[in-house]
Structures are given as C-alpha cells and as structure tokens.
Design a protein around this ligand. Structure first.
Ligand SMILES: Cc1cc2nc3c(=O)[nH]c(=O)nc-3n(C[C@H](O)[C@H](O)[C@H](O)COP(=O)(O)OP(=O)(O)OC[C@H]3O[C@@H](n4cnc5c(N)ncnc54)[C@H](O)[C@@H]3O)c2cc1C
Length: 427
C-alpha cells in the first residue's frame, strides 16, 4: 500500500515497508486460491510467527516486540490490505494471548508466554456460544473444580482458528452468579475431549477457519486458570475493546485495497472516449471513498494513541470499529460499482472485499451495538482496576531476555532484521 504514515519514530517506516514487501511477495500470490477453496493459510501464520508479528504488542522479555498499538495496528492494516484473513488471524491470536499476558501470574507467563507468542502455536479465543453471542453473560459452558483440576463441558460458537489452534483461551462458568460467575482457562489444542466441527460456510473470509468447538469433559489442571475465579468476563471484555481497534484497522485495510483497485480500474477503462476517472461523477465518488478511509484511519489511530498513553479509549475504539466497518462496507460497494460488470465477477477482488467488509460489521459485536455496549460494560471493566497486572520485570526462563535499557530503535532494528532475513531468504 502506498501511503504516507505518521509514525512515532522514523524507524517504524522500515518496519511498515518490510511488512508491505512481505505481504506482496509471500501473501498476495496465495490470496485468491486460498479464499476460493477455503484453504487455511497455516504456513503464512508460521512465517508471521518467525517475523515476530504474532508477538508485536507483547513484552520484550518474553520475546515480544513491545510496540505501541499505534504501530502494531498499522501493521495489521497493512496485512489486511493484502489479505483480511491474515489481518483477522493475527489479531485473534493476540486476543487469545491477552488474558495470560495481562493477568497471568509471573509463573504462568514464564511457562507459556514465550511459546505462545513465538507463533509455533496459533491461538483461539472462545467467548461466544450458540445461545450467547452479544450477551456473553448468558454462556452455559461450565468448568467444574475436581480436586486439582477443572473439567470443562460445553459448546463454543464462531471460533476463529477452531480446529487449527494449538491453544484455546476459554471463558467458562465456574458458578451461577451471572456475569460474575465466569472464569478464564488456557486449554491445549490437543486436550482429550476437545473437538471442532467442520468450518462454517461463510460469505467471506473463507481462508479463515471458523468452527464450533466442543468441550466434552476436557480436563485441565487448576494452574491453567488465568486470574481469580469469576474474573473471566471483565478479561473477555477487555480483550474485546482491543479487538474492536483491531477490526477497525482490518476494515481500513480492506477499504484501502478496494479504493486502490477502483482507482486503477477507473484510470484504465475507457468509455465515451475517455478514462472513467475523467468523468466527474466517478472522480467525486473516489474522492468520497478516500476521505472516508482517512477518517477511519484517523479515528482508530486516535483511540490507539490514547490506549498507548494509558488514557480512556474504550468508547472511541467502539466508535472507530463502527465508522471503519461501515466505511469498508460503503467503499467496497462503491468499488464494485466503479468496476461495473467485471466488479461482480471473481476475476477482480472487489466483490470478495465487499463480502469481507460485511463480516467486519458483525465480528467483535455488531457495530452500533458495540458502541452502546462499550458504555454499558465500562463499569464491569473498571473492576479490573482492582486487580492490577502482575509485575513483568522477571525475565522468562528460556526466553531470550533483552536488557530493559535497549532502546526502542535498537529493538526495532532487531525486528526489522528478522523480517528482512525471512523475505530475502525466500527470494
Ligand atoms: C467471522 C466471525 C468470526 C468470529 N470469531 C469469533 C471468535 O474467534 N471467538 C468468539 O468468541 N466469537 C467469535 N465470533 C462471534 C461474534 O463475536 C458474534 O457473532 C457477535 O458477538 C454477535 O453474536 P451473534 O452472532 O450471536 O448475534 P446476536 O447476539 O444473536 O445478535 C443478532 C443481532 O441482534 C443485535 N442485538 C443483540 N442484542 C442487542 C441489543 N441488546 N440491542 C440491540 N441490538 C442487539 C446484534 O447487534 C445483531 O445485529 C465471530 C463471528 C464471526 C461472524
């Protein structure tokens, strides 16, 4: 994507341009075939793990990039611009790691975090159920304590990476106390009793596997519970707040791709003796599309910058998700219009982008509902203030510990080196 971005340090420009190169060389050639045949791009996620993309937000001491959201989200936008399945998948992985990273004990983080963020294992985040979508407090999946174990039973719905994931972060009921009776568990992907249904046959994002996941007497030792009993819902809602920012970034990337395809087509297609773009009606349409995308980007970045500075960002994140996903829907629809008949065919990617945009309006809570509920859930989220994140200053055993004094720039160079190394070695 050709875009002048405002980044917090010049070094981030190298990172973004490296991601762009990776996306066009490694991802772009696979997109159409994988989406047409619903082929999950597991290898692409392995590559992204090697690049450090699956660990961009996490602490450096566990092997993460420790980048601010302002930068990580622009990486997501850049990936989604090429392939929404990848943008969504990266952010689902981040969401699945979020409770452990944010509320795990030092012991839990040292034990699991380096493996989970290295990318050998892909994560899934299990909140929704067939009867509990917008209202997760209605969930029925149970986790019953038996001596030093929990036994999980229930069905989770719409699980991105269901059946592909190496670990599942699962919200389950440990008591009947409504939204205060939900706890969070880390469940290995190969746990006996865990199974995934065949993938949902979605309208779009078909490379991204979405499945129901069943827990049939799945046993995990008690140390797989993240945080105290009853704290699961605030954790899930906290991950949702960040997730809405991620969807806003993905939707912005999808819309940007549609704009670029439409502009390119309008320049080359001649009707009435001149390129379409020379008709004022078409150029005004493209100007509207471009302006709306800039507004989406500005909004999600404003929310991200507030989050990076520790300021309140939840409502703005929900608004960014609302504006960006509605923009993606409108812009991709207009892009199909600009292309005319061929826009309706699978020979051009704009109809796929339009199908993907619709899903952005629904994922992580449908758009308008999410703005309303961001206020309603703020009170629940504020409970988190009473359980501060554990200290993270103890280097992980086995993790490549990097001195705290290493500058941001140096860390970036290291990350950039990893990215370049992979791209160059793969020609
Ligand atoms: C592609 C995809 C991937 C997903 N990945 C995951 C995942 O990895 N993990 C996960 O846990 N979930 C996942 N989800 C689930 C997603 O978060 C839910 O679909 C979403 O929360 C909505 O729930 P629902 O589909 O049950 O809709 P419902 O809750 O049944 O809502 C249907 C409609 O009613 C509206 N509505 C509901 N309640 C209200 C209200 N109080 N006021 C006004 N309107 C209301 C909603 O806005 C929506 O438009 C995924 C969904 C999709 C489509």
């Amino acid at each position: 994507m050709i875009l002048t971005r405002l980044l917090p340090a010049p070094e981030f420009e190298d990172l973004l341009s490296t991601i762009t190169r990776f996306a066009s060389r490694e991802l772009e050639p696979q997109v159409a075939e994988a989406e047409d045949h619903a082929r999950f791009p597991r290898d692409a996620f392995r590559q992204l793990g090697k690049l450090g993309v699956l660990s961009l937000p996490h602490d450096e001491m566990y092997g993460g990039g420790e980048l601010p959201d302002e930068v990580s989200l622009q990486v997501v936008e850049e990936l989604a611009h090429t392939w929404a399945t990848i943008g969504v998948g990266v952010t689902v992985h981040w969401a699945s790691v979020h409770p452990l990273w944010r509320w795990g004990t030092d012991e839990q983080r040292q034990r699991w975090l380096p493996d989970l963020i290295r990318g050998d294992l892909l994560g899934a985040h299990c909140l929704s159920e067939p009867e509990a979508g917008s209202d997760p407090g209605a969930m029925k999946t149970t986790a019953v304590r038996e001596k030093n174990e929990y036994v999980l039973n229930g069905v989770k719905a719409w699980i991105t990476h269901g059946g592909e994931a190496g670990f599942y972060t699962v919200m389950a009921r440990t008591s009947d106390e409504g939204s205060r009776g939900i706890s969070c568990f880390l469940v290995p992907g190969d746990a006996p009793g865990l199974s995934a249904a065949p993938p949902e046959r979605k309208m779009g994002l078909n490379g991204s596997r979405t499945s129901q996941v069943t827990f049939d007497n799945v046993r995990v030792s008690a140390d797989h519970r993240i945080g105290d009993e009853g704290r699961g819902l605030p954790m899930a809602l906290d991950a949702l707040d960040s997730g809405r920012l991620c969807i806003a970034a993905v939707a912005t990337g999808v819309a940007q791709a549609a704009l670029e395809h439409a502009s390119q087509y309008a320049r080359s297609r001649v009707q009435f003796g001149q390129p379409l773009i020379d008709f004022q009606g078409v150029s005004f349409l493209l100007a509207d599309m471009s302006s709306r995308i800039s507004a989406s980007r500005a909004l999600y970045l404003d929310a991200a910058r507030r989050k990076d500075r520790g300021a309140e960002f939840r409502r703005l994140a929900a608004e960014a998700k609302l504006i960006a996903s509605d923009t993606a829907m409108a812009v991709t629809t207009d892009a199909v219009q600009v292309l005319g008949g061929v826009g309706c065919t699978r020979d051009y990617p704009v109809e796929r982008l339009m199908r993907e945009a619709k899903i952005m309006q629904i994922s992580k809570a449908p758009t308008r509902f999410s703005v309303w509920s961001s206020d309603a859930t703020t009170a629940i989220n504020e409970e988190l203030a009473t359980s501060p994140a554990p200290e993270t200053d103890t280097p992980a055993q086995g993790a490549e510990a990097t001195p705290r004094s290493l500058s941001f720039t140096a860390r970036l160079r290291r990350l950039g080196g990893r990215v370049d190394g992979l791209v160059i070695s793969q020609g």
